[in-house]
Design a protein around this ligand. Structure first.
Ligand SMILES: [Zn+2]
Length: 569
Protein backbone atom coordinates (compact mmCIF):
# COMPACT_ATOMS: atom_id res chain seq x y z
CA UNK A 1 0.00 0.00 0.00
CA UNK A 2 2.66 2.45 1.16
CA UNK A 3 5.00 1.46 -1.64
CA UNK A 4 2.17 1.87 -4.15
CA UNK A 5 1.49 5.38 -2.86
CA UNK A 6 5.14 6.39 -3.09
CA UNK A 7 5.32 5.03 -6.64
CA UNK A 8 2.16 6.89 -7.61
CA UNK A 9 3.43 10.18 -6.17
CA UNK A 10 6.74 9.61 -7.94
CA UNK A 11 4.98 9.06 -11.25
CA UNK A 12 2.84 12.17 -10.84
CA UNK A 13 5.95 14.28 -10.08
CA UNK A 14 7.76 12.87 -13.09
CA UNK A 15 4.78 13.68 -15.28
CA UNK A 16 4.39 17.27 -14.17
CA UNK A 17 8.15 17.76 -14.38
CA UNK A 18 8.29 16.47 -17.94
CA UNK A 19 5.35 18.71 -18.82
CA UNK A 20 7.23 21.69 -17.48
CA UNK A 21 10.56 20.99 -19.13
CA UNK A 22 9.56 19.57 -22.51
CA UNK A 23 7.42 22.35 -23.97
CA UNK A 24 8.94 25.47 -25.41
CA UNK A 25 5.93 27.48 -24.23
CA UNK A 26 3.50 27.04 -21.40
CA UNK A 27 3.47 23.79 -19.43
CA UNK A 28 -0.32 23.73 -19.84
CA UNK A 29 -0.83 22.36 -23.34
CA UNK A 30 -2.86 23.94 -26.10
CA UNK A 31 -5.74 21.66 -27.00
CA UNK A 32 -6.83 21.22 -30.62
CA UNK A 33 -9.95 19.24 -31.44
CA UNK A 34 -10.44 18.46 -35.12
CA UNK A 35 -13.71 16.79 -36.04
CA UNK A 36 -13.96 15.46 -39.58
CA UNK A 37 -17.58 15.07 -40.60
CA UNK A 38 -18.94 11.84 -42.07
CA UNK A 39 -15.59 10.05 -41.88
CA UNK A 40 -15.87 6.27 -42.00
CA UNK A 41 -12.97 4.60 -40.21
CA UNK A 42 -12.47 2.10 -43.03
CA UNK A 43 -11.98 4.91 -45.58
CA UNK A 44 -8.80 6.16 -43.92
CA UNK A 45 -5.38 4.89 -45.01
CA UNK A 46 -4.01 4.27 -41.52
CA UNK A 47 -7.21 2.35 -40.76
CA UNK A 48 -6.38 -0.12 -43.51
CA UNK A 49 -7.76 1.49 -46.67
CA UNK A 50 -5.08 1.56 -49.36
CA UNK A 51 -7.36 3.29 -51.84
CA UNK A 52 -7.54 6.64 -50.03
CA UNK A 53 -4.54 8.86 -49.45
CA UNK A 54 -4.61 10.37 -45.94
CA UNK A 55 -0.99 11.29 -45.18
CA UNK A 56 -1.91 13.85 -42.48
CA UNK A 57 -4.01 11.39 -40.47
CA UNK A 58 -1.31 8.74 -40.95
CA UNK A 59 1.39 11.11 -39.67
CA UNK A 60 -0.71 12.11 -36.68
CA UNK A 61 -1.23 8.43 -35.86
CA UNK A 62 2.57 7.95 -35.97
CA UNK A 63 2.97 10.85 -33.53
CA UNK A 64 0.06 9.83 -31.33
CA UNK A 65 -2.22 7.03 -30.19
CA UNK A 66 -4.58 5.52 -32.77
CA UNK A 67 -7.78 3.89 -31.53
CA UNK A 68 -8.76 1.30 -34.12
CA UNK A 69 -12.19 0.56 -32.57
CA UNK A 70 -13.82 3.87 -31.63
CA UNK A 71 -17.60 4.35 -31.84
CA UNK A 72 -19.89 7.35 -31.79
CA UNK A 73 -23.24 6.83 -30.06
CA UNK A 74 -24.96 8.95 -32.71
CA UNK A 75 -24.95 9.06 -36.53
CA UNK A 76 -26.29 12.66 -36.52
CA UNK A 77 -23.94 15.67 -36.72
CA UNK A 78 -25.39 17.93 -33.99
CA UNK A 79 -26.05 15.06 -31.61
CA UNK A 80 -22.66 13.47 -32.13
CA UNK A 81 -20.76 16.75 -31.73
CA UNK A 82 -22.72 17.53 -28.57
CA UNK A 83 -21.60 14.15 -27.25
CA UNK A 84 -17.96 14.95 -28.06
CA UNK A 85 -18.21 18.35 -26.37
CA UNK A 86 -20.00 17.09 -23.23
CA UNK A 87 -18.93 13.46 -22.74
CA UNK A 88 -22.61 12.53 -22.55
CA UNK A 89 -24.86 10.16 -24.45
CA UNK A 90 -27.61 11.72 -26.60
CA UNK A 91 -30.29 10.45 -24.21
CA UNK A 92 -28.49 12.32 -21.42
CA UNK A 93 -27.66 15.65 -23.11
CA UNK A 94 -30.96 15.67 -24.98
CA UNK A 95 -29.78 17.23 -28.25
CA UNK A 96 -31.39 14.52 -30.34
CA UNK A 97 -32.52 16.69 -33.24
CA UNK A 98 -31.53 19.89 -35.02
CA UNK A 99 -32.25 23.17 -33.22
CA UNK A 100 -32.75 21.53 -29.82
CA UNK A 101 -30.91 23.76 -27.33
CA UNK A 102 -28.21 22.18 -25.20
CA UNK A 103 -29.34 22.43 -21.58
CA UNK A 104 -27.25 24.66 -19.33
CA UNK A 105 -27.13 21.83 -16.78
CA UNK A 106 -24.32 20.18 -18.72
CA UNK A 107 -20.91 21.83 -18.74
CA UNK A 108 -19.18 21.83 -22.12
CA UNK A 109 -15.54 21.14 -22.95
CA UNK A 110 -15.06 24.82 -23.84
CA UNK A 111 -16.60 26.02 -20.56
CA UNK A 112 -14.50 23.67 -18.46
CA UNK A 113 -11.29 24.79 -20.15
CA UNK A 114 -12.32 28.43 -20.23
CA UNK A 115 -12.88 28.35 -16.46
CA UNK A 116 -9.27 27.22 -16.14
CA UNK A 117 -7.86 30.11 -18.14
CA UNK A 118 -7.99 28.74 -21.66
CA UNK A 119 -8.72 31.02 -24.61
CA UNK A 120 -11.35 29.19 -26.61
CA UNK A 121 -12.56 29.31 -30.21
CA UNK A 122 -14.60 27.15 -32.57
CA UNK A 123 -14.53 27.07 -36.37
CA UNK A 124 -17.39 25.22 -38.02
CA UNK A 125 -17.76 24.02 -41.59
CA UNK A 126 -21.55 23.70 -41.80
CA UNK A 127 -24.59 25.73 -40.86
CA UNK A 128 -26.01 22.73 -39.00
CA UNK A 129 -23.55 23.54 -36.21
CA UNK A 130 -24.43 27.25 -36.24
CA UNK A 131 -25.24 28.20 -32.66
CA UNK A 132 -27.65 30.98 -33.71
CA UNK A 133 -29.92 28.63 -35.61
CA UNK A 134 -29.50 24.86 -35.67
CA UNK A 135 -27.15 24.17 -32.74
CA UNK A 136 -28.12 26.52 -29.90
CA UNK A 137 -25.90 26.20 -26.83
CA UNK A 138 -23.00 24.52 -28.60
CA UNK A 139 -21.13 27.84 -28.44
CA UNK A 140 -21.20 27.85 -24.64
CA UNK A 141 -17.72 28.49 -23.24
CA UNK A 142 -16.19 29.67 -26.53
CA UNK A 143 -14.73 33.19 -26.60
CA UNK A 144 -15.30 33.07 -30.33
CA UNK A 145 -17.67 30.83 -32.30
CA UNK A 146 -17.44 31.21 -36.05
CA UNK A 147 -21.12 31.20 -37.04
CA UNK A 148 -22.41 31.72 -40.57
CA UNK A 149 -23.60 35.15 -41.74
CA UNK A 150 -27.25 35.80 -40.85
CA UNK A 151 -27.97 37.25 -44.27
CA UNK A 152 -25.83 35.37 -46.78
CA UNK A 153 -24.96 37.41 -49.87
CA UNK A 154 -25.56 34.70 -52.41
CA UNK A 155 -27.76 31.69 -52.99
CA UNK A 156 -24.71 29.50 -53.48
CA UNK A 157 -24.16 26.57 -51.18
CA UNK A 158 -20.62 27.71 -50.30
CA UNK A 159 -20.64 30.28 -47.53
CA UNK A 160 -24.39 29.88 -47.00
CA UNK A 161 -24.65 26.32 -45.69
CA UNK A 162 -21.11 24.99 -46.00
CA UNK A 163 -17.51 26.20 -45.88
CA UNK A 164 -14.64 24.38 -47.54
CA UNK A 165 -12.14 22.96 -45.08
CA UNK A 166 -9.41 25.35 -46.25
CA UNK A 167 -11.63 28.32 -45.34
CA UNK A 168 -12.43 26.86 -41.91
CA UNK A 169 -8.72 26.29 -41.21
CA UNK A 170 -7.85 29.76 -42.47
CA UNK A 171 -10.33 31.30 -40.01
CA UNK A 172 -8.78 29.22 -37.22
CA UNK A 173 -5.25 30.27 -38.17
CA UNK A 174 -6.27 33.93 -38.32
CA UNK A 175 -7.63 33.64 -34.79
CA UNK A 176 -4.51 31.85 -33.55
CA UNK A 177 -2.34 34.55 -35.14
CA UNK A 178 -4.06 37.12 -32.96
CA UNK A 179 -4.28 34.93 -29.83
CA UNK A 180 -0.71 33.82 -29.40
CA UNK A 181 -0.70 33.54 -25.62
CA UNK A 182 -1.72 30.11 -24.39
CA UNK A 183 -3.25 27.98 -23.32
CA UNK A 184 -5.79 27.79 -26.11
CA UNK A 185 -8.59 25.38 -26.96
CA UNK A 186 -9.51 25.40 -30.62
CA UNK A 187 -12.14 23.23 -32.28
CA UNK A 188 -11.92 22.90 -36.04
CA UNK A 189 -14.80 21.18 -37.86
CA UNK A 190 -14.11 19.93 -41.40
CA UNK A 191 -17.44 19.22 -43.08
CA UNK A 192 -16.14 18.26 -46.52
CA UNK A 193 -16.80 14.48 -46.61
CA UNK A 194 -20.49 15.13 -45.89
CA UNK A 195 -22.66 14.83 -49.01
CA UNK A 196 -23.05 16.25 -51.59
CA UNK A 197 -19.61 14.93 -52.52
CA UNK A 198 -17.91 17.69 -54.50
CA UNK A 199 -14.16 17.58 -53.86
CA UNK A 200 -12.15 20.45 -55.31
CA UNK A 201 -9.37 19.95 -57.82
CA UNK A 202 -7.14 17.89 -57.97
CA UNK A 203 -9.17 15.50 -55.77
CA UNK A 204 -12.16 15.73 -58.11
CA UNK A 205 -9.97 14.23 -60.86
CA UNK A 206 -7.90 11.78 -58.77
CA UNK A 207 -11.07 10.35 -57.21
CA UNK A 208 -13.31 10.83 -60.23
CA UNK A 209 -15.39 7.72 -59.55
CA UNK A 210 -15.19 7.95 -55.74
CA UNK A 211 -16.01 11.56 -54.85
CA UNK A 212 -16.63 10.64 -51.18
CA UNK A 213 -13.03 9.41 -50.94
CA UNK A 214 -11.96 12.53 -52.81
CA UNK A 215 -13.56 14.68 -50.10
CA UNK A 216 -11.74 12.65 -47.43
CA UNK A 217 -8.40 13.10 -49.20
CA UNK A 218 -9.15 16.82 -49.47
CA UNK A 219 -10.10 17.14 -45.78
CA UNK A 220 -6.90 15.29 -44.93
CA UNK A 221 -4.89 17.81 -46.95
CA UNK A 222 -6.49 20.62 -44.94
CA UNK A 223 -5.57 18.83 -41.72
CA UNK A 224 -2.01 18.49 -43.09
CA UNK A 225 -1.75 22.23 -43.75
CA UNK A 226 -3.15 23.03 -40.32
CA UNK A 227 -0.62 20.74 -38.62
CA UNK A 228 2.17 22.31 -40.73
CA UNK A 229 0.99 25.74 -39.54
CA UNK A 230 1.13 24.58 -35.89
CA UNK A 231 4.62 23.16 -36.45
CA UNK A 232 5.82 26.35 -38.12
CA UNK A 233 4.81 28.26 -34.95
CA UNK A 234 6.30 25.61 -32.63
CA UNK A 235 2.80 24.95 -31.29
CA UNK A 236 2.66 21.30 -32.33
CA UNK A 237 4.97 19.34 -30.03
CA UNK A 238 3.51 20.38 -26.71
CA UNK A 239 -0.11 20.38 -27.90
CA UNK A 240 -2.82 17.84 -27.22
CA UNK A 241 -4.43 17.17 -30.61
CA UNK A 242 -7.51 15.00 -30.99
CA UNK A 243 -8.88 14.09 -34.39
CA UNK A 244 -12.16 12.19 -34.63
CA UNK A 245 -14.97 11.50 -37.10
CA UNK A 246 -18.43 12.58 -35.93
CA UNK A 247 -20.00 9.53 -37.67
CA UNK A 248 -19.50 7.44 -40.77
CA UNK A 249 -21.50 7.07 -43.99
CA UNK A 250 -23.81 4.31 -45.20
CA UNK A 251 -22.62 4.31 -48.83
CA UNK A 252 -25.47 1.96 -49.67
CA UNK A 253 -24.73 -0.62 -46.98
CA UNK A 254 -27.99 -1.86 -45.50
CA UNK A 255 -29.53 0.28 -48.31
CA UNK A 256 -28.66 3.46 -46.37
CA UNK A 257 -26.96 5.98 -48.64
CA UNK A 258 -25.97 8.56 -46.06
CA UNK A 259 -26.39 8.48 -42.26
CA UNK A 260 -28.74 9.23 -39.40
CA UNK A 261 -31.31 6.46 -39.55
CA UNK A 262 -29.44 3.24 -38.76
CA UNK A 263 -26.98 2.17 -36.05
CA UNK A 264 -24.70 -0.14 -38.04
CA UNK A 265 -20.92 0.09 -37.88
CA UNK A 266 -20.92 1.78 -41.31
CA UNK A 267 -22.08 4.97 -39.59
CA UNK A 268 -20.94 4.46 -35.97
CA UNK A 269 -17.31 3.28 -36.40
CA UNK A 270 -15.09 6.37 -36.57
CA UNK A 271 -11.37 7.10 -36.60
CA UNK A 272 -9.96 8.51 -33.34
CA UNK A 273 -6.37 9.69 -32.98
CA UNK A 274 -4.97 11.33 -29.84
CA UNK A 275 -1.63 13.12 -30.20
CA UNK A 276 -0.32 13.64 -26.68
CA UNK A 277 1.90 16.54 -25.55
CA UNK A 278 5.64 16.05 -25.97
CA UNK A 279 5.33 12.97 -28.15
CA UNK A 280 4.12 10.62 -25.41
CA UNK A 281 2.71 7.31 -26.67
CA UNK A 282 3.82 8.01 -30.26
CA UNK A 283 2.86 5.28 -32.69
CA UNK A 284 0.78 3.29 -30.24
CA UNK A 285 -2.32 1.56 -31.51
CA UNK A 286 -5.16 0.57 -29.19
CA UNK A 287 -7.55 -2.12 -30.41
CA UNK A 288 -9.92 -2.08 -27.43
CA UNK A 289 -13.43 -0.81 -28.12
CA UNK A 290 -13.81 2.81 -26.93
CA UNK A 291 -16.40 5.57 -27.36
CA UNK A 292 -16.51 9.23 -28.34
CA UNK A 293 -18.07 9.88 -24.92
CA UNK A 294 -14.56 9.08 -23.60
CA UNK A 295 -12.91 11.99 -25.44
CA UNK A 296 -13.90 14.85 -23.10
CA UNK A 297 -12.83 13.04 -19.89
CA UNK A 298 -9.56 12.12 -21.62
CA UNK A 299 -8.80 15.72 -22.50
CA UNK A 300 -9.75 16.95 -19.02
CA UNK A 301 -7.64 14.36 -17.25
CA UNK A 302 -4.66 15.12 -19.52
CA UNK A 303 -4.71 18.84 -18.73
CA UNK A 304 -5.44 18.23 -15.04
CA UNK A 305 -9.03 19.45 -14.77
CA UNK A 306 -11.45 17.76 -12.43
CA UNK A 307 -14.18 15.81 -14.22
CA UNK A 308 -17.85 16.88 -13.92
CA UNK A 309 -19.87 14.75 -11.51
CA UNK A 310 -21.73 12.86 -14.18
CA UNK A 311 -20.27 11.74 -17.49
CA UNK A 312 -21.24 8.80 -19.68
CA UNK A 313 -17.63 8.18 -20.73
CA UNK A 314 -14.34 7.95 -18.90
CA UNK A 315 -10.75 8.90 -19.61
CA UNK A 316 -8.80 6.86 -22.15
CA UNK A 317 -5.58 7.60 -20.26
CA UNK A 318 -5.28 4.04 -18.85
CA UNK A 319 -4.96 2.70 -22.42
CA UNK A 320 -1.92 4.89 -23.13
CA UNK A 321 0.37 2.85 -20.85
CA UNK A 322 -1.47 -0.46 -21.21
CA UNK A 323 -3.06 -0.22 -17.75
CA UNK A 324 -6.40 -0.91 -19.38
CA UNK A 325 -6.94 -3.19 -22.38
CA UNK A 326 -10.57 -4.27 -22.11
CA UNK A 327 -13.38 -3.25 -24.45
CA UNK A 328 -15.85 -0.67 -23.21
CA UNK A 329 -19.57 -1.09 -23.89
CA UNK A 330 -20.64 1.14 -26.78
CA UNK A 331 -24.20 2.45 -26.89
CA UNK A 332 -25.87 3.70 -30.07
CA UNK A 333 -28.94 5.95 -30.17
CA UNK A 334 -30.83 7.68 -32.94
CA UNK A 335 -34.06 9.66 -32.72
CA UNK A 336 -33.61 10.91 -36.29
CA UNK A 337 -36.21 8.40 -37.64
CA UNK A 338 -38.82 10.12 -35.40
CA UNK A 339 -38.58 13.16 -37.67
CA UNK A 340 -40.27 11.09 -40.34
CA UNK A 341 -42.67 9.31 -38.00
CA UNK A 342 -40.60 6.10 -37.73
CA UNK A 343 -39.33 4.27 -34.66
CA UNK A 344 -36.17 5.57 -32.96
CA UNK A 345 -33.38 3.01 -32.52
CA UNK A 346 -30.95 2.06 -29.76
CA UNK A 347 -28.06 -0.37 -29.88
CA UNK A 348 -25.49 -2.02 -27.65
CA UNK A 349 -22.11 -3.21 -28.93
CA UNK A 350 -20.26 -5.48 -26.53
CA UNK A 351 -18.36 -8.79 -26.59
CA UNK A 352 -18.18 -8.56 -30.38
CA UNK A 353 -21.98 -8.70 -30.53
CA UNK A 354 -24.50 -6.05 -31.41
CA UNK A 355 -28.11 -5.75 -30.35
CA UNK A 356 -30.35 -3.21 -32.04
CA UNK A 357 -33.64 -2.39 -30.34
CA UNK A 358 -36.13 -1.84 -33.17
CA UNK A 359 -39.73 -2.87 -33.86
CA UNK A 360 -38.07 -5.92 -35.47
CA UNK A 361 -35.04 -6.35 -33.17
CA UNK A 362 -31.63 -7.32 -34.54
CA UNK A 363 -28.69 -9.21 -33.13
CA UNK A 364 -25.34 -9.74 -34.84
CA UNK A 365 -22.31 -11.85 -34.09
CA UNK A 366 -19.66 -9.37 -35.23
CA UNK A 367 -16.84 -11.93 -35.18
CA UNK A 368 -18.52 -14.14 -37.76
CA UNK A 369 -20.47 -11.36 -39.44
CA UNK A 370 -18.65 -7.99 -39.27
CA UNK A 371 -20.91 -6.57 -42.00
CA UNK A 372 -24.01 -7.09 -39.79
CA UNK A 373 -25.76 -8.92 -42.59
CA UNK A 374 -27.22 -11.93 -40.80
CA UNK A 375 -29.74 -11.05 -38.11
CA UNK A 376 -29.62 -13.89 -35.57
CA UNK A 377 -32.02 -12.28 -33.09
CA UNK A 378 -33.92 -14.79 -30.96
CA UNK A 379 -35.72 -13.66 -27.84
CA UNK A 380 -34.59 -16.77 -25.93
CA UNK A 381 -30.90 -16.22 -26.72
CA UNK A 382 -29.25 -15.46 -23.32
CA UNK A 383 -26.77 -13.06 -25.00
CA UNK A 384 -29.72 -11.06 -26.33
CA UNK A 385 -31.21 -10.86 -22.85
CA UNK A 386 -27.90 -9.69 -21.29
CA UNK A 387 -27.34 -7.07 -23.98
CA UNK A 388 -30.93 -5.85 -23.82
CA UNK A 389 -30.52 -5.43 -20.07
CA UNK A 390 -27.64 -2.97 -20.67
CA UNK A 391 -30.12 -0.65 -22.41
CA UNK A 392 -32.73 -1.15 -19.71
CA UNK A 393 -30.18 -0.20 -17.01
CA UNK A 394 -28.98 2.84 -18.88
CA UNK A 395 -31.83 5.21 -18.10
CA UNK A 396 -33.95 3.32 -15.67
CA UNK A 397 -36.49 6.01 -14.92
CA UNK A 398 -39.89 4.59 -13.97
CA UNK A 399 -41.96 3.48 -16.96
CA UNK A 400 -39.36 4.72 -19.43
CA UNK A 401 -38.86 1.27 -20.91
CA UNK A 402 -42.62 0.67 -21.05
CA UNK A 403 -43.33 3.88 -22.90
CA UNK A 404 -40.32 3.36 -25.16
CA UNK A 405 -41.52 -0.12 -25.97
CA UNK A 406 -45.02 1.16 -26.65
CA UNK A 407 -43.76 3.84 -29.00
CA UNK A 408 -41.57 1.28 -30.79
CA UNK A 409 -44.54 -0.99 -31.28
CA UNK A 410 -46.67 1.65 -32.95
CA UNK A 411 -44.18 3.22 -35.33
CA UNK A 412 -42.85 1.73 -38.56
CA UNK A 413 -39.45 0.03 -38.48
CA UNK A 414 -36.87 2.25 -40.23
CA UNK A 415 -35.68 -0.90 -42.07
CA UNK A 416 -38.95 -0.70 -44.05
CA UNK A 417 -38.53 3.00 -44.72
CA UNK A 418 -34.93 3.48 -45.78
CA UNK A 419 -35.73 3.85 -49.51
CA UNK A 420 -38.08 6.70 -48.60
CA UNK A 421 -35.38 8.29 -46.49
CA UNK A 422 -32.86 8.14 -49.36
CA UNK A 423 -35.38 9.91 -51.62
CA UNK A 424 -36.30 12.49 -48.95
CA UNK A 425 -32.64 13.24 -48.46
CA UNK A 426 -32.10 13.62 -52.22
CA UNK A 427 -35.07 16.01 -52.32
CA UNK A 428 -33.67 18.06 -49.47
CA UNK A 429 -30.31 18.41 -51.23
CA UNK A 430 -32.03 19.34 -54.49
CA UNK A 431 -34.13 22.03 -52.73
CA UNK A 432 -31.01 23.35 -51.03
CA UNK A 433 -29.36 23.54 -54.42
CA UNK A 434 -32.26 25.38 -56.09
CA UNK A 435 -33.20 22.39 -58.26
CA UNK A 436 -36.98 22.27 -57.56
CA UNK A 437 -37.78 19.86 -60.40
CA UNK A 438 -35.36 17.21 -59.08
CA UNK A 439 -36.78 17.72 -55.59
CA UNK A 440 -40.34 17.35 -56.88
CA UNK A 441 -39.51 14.11 -58.70
CA UNK A 442 -37.87 12.56 -55.62
CA UNK A 443 -40.82 13.57 -53.41
CA UNK A 444 -43.35 12.12 -55.83
CA UNK A 445 -41.44 8.82 -55.69
CA UNK A 446 -41.74 8.95 -51.88
CA UNK A 447 -45.51 9.39 -52.20
CA UNK A 448 -45.65 6.40 -54.52
CA UNK A 449 -44.10 4.36 -51.67
CA UNK A 450 -46.13 6.00 -48.90
CA UNK A 451 -48.99 8.30 -49.95
CA UNK A 452 -49.23 9.58 -46.36
CA UNK A 453 -45.58 10.55 -45.86
CA UNK A 454 -45.97 13.81 -43.90
CA UNK A 455 -42.45 14.96 -44.79
CA UNK A 456 -42.94 14.45 -48.52
CA UNK A 457 -46.37 16.09 -48.47
CA UNK A 458 -45.08 19.11 -46.58
CA UNK A 459 -42.02 19.55 -48.78
CA UNK A 460 -44.11 19.22 -51.97
CA UNK A 461 -46.51 21.80 -50.55
CA UNK A 462 -43.60 24.15 -49.84
CA UNK A 463 -42.23 23.69 -53.37
CA UNK A 464 -45.61 24.56 -54.88
CA UNK A 465 -45.99 27.54 -52.53
CA UNK A 466 -42.63 28.84 -53.74
CA UNK A 467 -43.59 28.15 -57.35
CA UNK A 468 -46.88 30.04 -56.86
CA UNK A 469 -49.16 27.06 -57.64
CA UNK A 470 -51.45 27.62 -54.66
CA UNK A 471 -54.22 25.10 -55.39
CA UNK A 472 -51.60 22.33 -55.72
CA UNK A 473 -49.80 23.54 -52.59
CA UNK A 474 -53.10 23.50 -50.70
CA UNK A 475 -53.83 19.91 -51.78
CA UNK A 476 -50.45 18.62 -50.52
CA UNK A 477 -50.51 20.68 -47.34
CA UNK A 478 -54.09 19.63 -46.55
CA UNK A 479 -52.99 16.00 -46.77
CA UNK A 480 -49.93 16.73 -44.58
CA UNK A 481 -52.17 18.54 -42.07
CA UNK A 482 -54.48 15.51 -41.86
CA UNK A 483 -51.51 13.24 -41.03
CA UNK A 484 -49.87 15.73 -38.63
CA UNK A 485 -52.62 17.95 -37.20
CA UNK A 486 -50.29 19.30 -34.47
CA UNK A 487 -47.57 20.50 -36.85
CA UNK A 488 -47.76 24.31 -36.59
CA UNK A 489 -45.59 24.89 -39.67
CA UNK A 490 -47.80 22.74 -41.88
CA UNK A 491 -50.92 24.48 -40.56
CA UNK A 492 -49.43 27.93 -41.22
CA UNK A 493 -48.37 26.98 -44.74
CA UNK A 494 -51.80 25.50 -45.42
CA UNK A 495 -53.34 28.77 -44.24
CA UNK A 496 -51.04 30.70 -46.60
CA UNK A 497 -51.96 28.50 -49.57
CA UNK A 498 -55.71 28.65 -48.89
CA UNK A 499 -55.67 32.41 -48.39
CA UNK A 500 -54.06 32.78 -51.82
CA UNK A 501 -56.76 30.61 -53.42
CA UNK A 502 -59.47 32.75 -51.81
CA UNK A 503 -60.69 30.00 -49.49
CA UNK A 504 -60.94 32.29 -46.46
CA UNK A 505 -62.93 30.00 -44.13
CA UNK A 506 -60.41 27.21 -44.81
CA UNK A 507 -57.48 29.60 -44.27
CA UNK A 508 -59.07 30.83 -41.02
CA UNK A 509 -59.40 27.29 -39.64
CA UNK A 510 -55.84 26.32 -40.59
CA UNK A 511 -54.35 29.49 -39.09
CA UNK A 512 -56.35 29.13 -35.88
CA UNK A 513 -54.90 25.61 -35.56
CA UNK A 514 -51.37 26.88 -36.26
CA UNK A 515 -51.71 29.52 -33.54
CA UNK A 516 -53.15 27.07 -31.05
CA UNK A 517 -50.05 24.89 -31.50
CA UNK A 518 -47.64 27.83 -31.48
CA UNK A 519 -49.19 31.15 -30.33
CA UNK A 520 -46.09 33.30 -30.92
CA UNK A 521 -46.11 33.20 -34.73
CA UNK A 522 -46.29 36.79 -35.93
CA UNK A 523 -46.78 35.82 -39.60
CA UNK A 524 -49.72 33.63 -38.73
CA UNK A 525 -51.35 36.37 -36.58
CA UNK A 526 -51.09 39.04 -39.27
CA UNK A 527 -52.32 36.69 -41.99
CA UNK A 528 -55.25 35.55 -39.84
CA UNK A 529 -56.13 39.21 -39.19
CA UNK A 530 -56.21 39.80 -42.95
CA UNK A 531 -58.31 36.67 -43.47
CA UNK A 532 -60.85 37.99 -40.92
CA UNK A 533 -60.88 41.32 -42.78
CA UNK A 534 -61.70 39.42 -46.00
CA UNK A 535 -64.46 37.61 -44.11
CA UNK A 536 -65.70 40.99 -42.86
CA UNK A 537 -65.37 39.83 -39.26
CA UNK A 538 -63.79 43.08 -38.11
CA UNK A 539 -63.85 42.43 -34.40
CA UNK A 540 -61.95 39.15 -34.80
CA UNK A 541 -59.52 40.91 -37.16
CA UNK A 542 -58.91 43.61 -34.56
CA UNK A 543 -58.11 40.94 -31.94
CA UNK A 544 -55.52 39.32 -34.20
CA UNK A 545 -53.77 42.56 -35.13
CA UNK A 546 -53.67 43.61 -31.48
CA UNK A 547 -52.16 40.26 -30.56
CA UNK A 548 -49.63 40.71 -33.39
CA UNK A 549 -48.68 44.15 -32.03
CA UNK A 550 -48.04 42.57 -28.64
CA UNK A 551 -45.55 40.30 -30.38
CA UNK A 552 -43.99 43.15 -32.38
CA UNK A 553 -45.11 46.67 -31.51
CA UNK A 554 -43.64 48.24 -34.65
CA UNK A 555 -45.11 45.79 -37.16
CA UNK A 556 -46.35 48.10 -39.92
CA UNK A 557 -48.53 45.33 -41.38
CA UNK A 558 -50.29 44.81 -38.06
CA UNK A 559 -50.71 48.58 -37.57
CA UNK A 560 -52.24 48.97 -41.05
CA UNK A 561 -54.49 45.96 -40.48
CA UNK A 562 -55.69 47.31 -37.15
CA UNK A 563 -56.60 50.63 -38.74
CA UNK A 564 -58.63 48.83 -41.45
CA UNK A 565 -60.41 46.67 -38.87
CA UNK A 566 -61.37 49.73 -36.85
CA UNK A 567 -62.73 51.45 -39.96
CA UNK A 568 -64.76 48.35 -40.78
CA UNK A 569 -67.00 48.41 -37.74
ZN1 LIG B 1 -21.89 14.85 -39.32
Amino acid sequence: MRLGWILLVGMLCACSLSAQTSGAQSPVPDVFLVTIDTLRADHVHCYGNDGVSTPALDALARDGVRFSQAFTPSPVTNTSHTTILTGLLPSTHGVTDFAVPLSTSYPTWAELLHNRGYHTAAFIGAVILDSKTLAPGLDRGFDFYDNFPEHPKSNERWGRVERRGAEVAEHAENWLNTHRAGPRFVWVHLYDPHDPYEPPSPYAQTYKDRPYDGEIAYADSVLGSFVAYLKAHSWYRNALIIVVGDHGEGLGEHREETHGIFLYDSTLHVPLIVKLPAGAGAGKSVDAQVRTTDILPTALSLVGIELPAHLDGSSLKPYFDGGETADRVAIGETDYPLRFGWAPLKSVRRNQQKFIAAPRPEFYDLRADPGELKNIYASDNPDVATTRQVLADLHSTPNSTDSAAASLKNLPDPKDKIEEQNLLHAALLASDDNRPEAARQALEKVLALDPKSPTALRQLGELELQAGDYPKAATHLKAAHTVRPDDATVALELGQALEKTGDYPGARDALETALQASPGQLDARVLLGNVYLALKDFRAAEDQFEAALLLKADSTEAQAGLAKAKLGH
